[in-house]
Design a protein around this ligand. Structure first.
Ligand SMILES: CCCCCCCCCCCCC[C@H](O)CC(=O)SCCNC(=O)CCNC(=O)[C@H](O)C(C)(C)COP(=O)(O)OP(=O)(O)OC[C@H]1O[C@@H](n2cnc3c(N)ncnc32)[C@H](O)[C@@H]1OP(=O)(O)O
Length: 257
């Protein structure tokens, strides 16, 4: 598959997607998002891939949705065309997606980073939802995922003032898992992705699904859901291999089933 707006490669069991619209700081347009969704779906379906990694450039992970593409659209264009209804492909992936963020992750750029499961940020990263400065608000999950990630106070601050937060503030706030020197961002993010890709795939899929269930259910229901998934993993060969390997003091040889 050849793409115009993204670069795609596989390293070991990690599927890597790099946004590639440097002339517009990786601004997200319809064409880029269609390619990104296609690449994510392809890696999700590829048995040779256990984890995905999404990244941009040194200057910009993504500077938001493409303002020039949106500027002249009408309400009927947006509402009638159901803009962005199909911009949730990352969040719909079953396999984990690690975001390696350097530079600007603004608006839709911050939103697609939050659709990922783990954000590893370079110390140069800047996160924000500046849509209010354009007379709009976030449109692909920003007000919902940011509030769940950092809490109402900081989400309101960012959404209503349009200010950015740097990597350190984003880590303190709980948006970012780790902050690393910009020069080692890809190495560190790849270590995370390779570690996940080296685990038994059924338990990785189950772990992601169970953590995400916390956003959609009460504590009691979530605990019950998690327990059922925990029970179900005892039907896998990998649970037997994983626990046997521990007892025999050796590394497990996962079969991903
Ligand atoms: C059927 C057809 C449908 C078509 C519409 C489909 C829409 C689908 C729905 C989308 C839903 C998205 C929802 C999302 O929440 C909305 C947004 O994300 S709105 C955008 C939010 N982002 C921003 O406001 C940031 C804008 N950028 C900046 O503030 C600055 O560029 C910067 C990041 C602070 C960097 O500043 P500088 O270093 O000075 O760099 P420049 O500004 O000179 O930028 C360089 C170059 O890149 C272009 N560019 C940058 N950001 C964008 C952008 N978001 N869209 C388009 N182009 C961008 C900039 O114009 C420069 O280009 P040049 O002028 O040199 O040609």
């Amino acid at each position: 598959m050849s793409y115009q707006n993204i670069l795609v490669e596989t390293k070991g069991r990690v599927g890597i997607i790099r946004l590639n619209r440097p002339q517009a700081l990786n601004a997200l347009n319809q064409a880029l998002m269609a390619e990104l969704t296609q690449a994510v779906q392809a890696f999700d379906a590829d048995d040779a891939v256990g984890c995905m990694l999404l990244t941009g450039s040194e200057k910009a992970f993504a500077a938001g949705a493409d303002i020039k593409e949106m500027a002249d659209k009408s309400f009927i264009d947006a509402y009638g065309g159901n803009f962005a209804a199909d911009w949730h492909g990352i969040a719909q992936a079953r396999k984990p997606v690690v975001a390696a963020v350097a530079g600007f992750a603004l608006g839709g750029g911050c939103e697609i980073a939050m659709q990922c499961d783990i954000i590893i940020a370079a110390d140069t990263a800047k996160f924000g939802q500046p849509e209010i400065k354009l007379g709009v608000i976030p449109g692909i999950g920003g007000t919902q995922r940011l509030t769940r990630a950092v809490g109402k106070a900081k989400a309101m601050d960012l959404v209503l003032t349009g200010r950015n937060m740097d990597a350190a503030e984003a880590e303190r706030a709980g948006l970012v898992a780790r902050v690393v020197p910009a020069a080692s961002l890809m190495d560190e993010a790849m270590k995370v992705a390779e570690t996940i890709a080296g685990m038994s795939l059924p338990s990785v899929l189950a772990g992601k699904e169970s953590v995400n269930a916390a956003f959609e259910s009460s504590l009691a229901e979530g605990v019950r859901f998690e327990r059922r998934i925990f029970h179900s993993l005892f039907a896998t060969e990998d649970q037997k291999e994983g626990m046997k390997a521990f007892v025999e003091k050796r590394k497990p040889d996962w079969k991903n089933k």
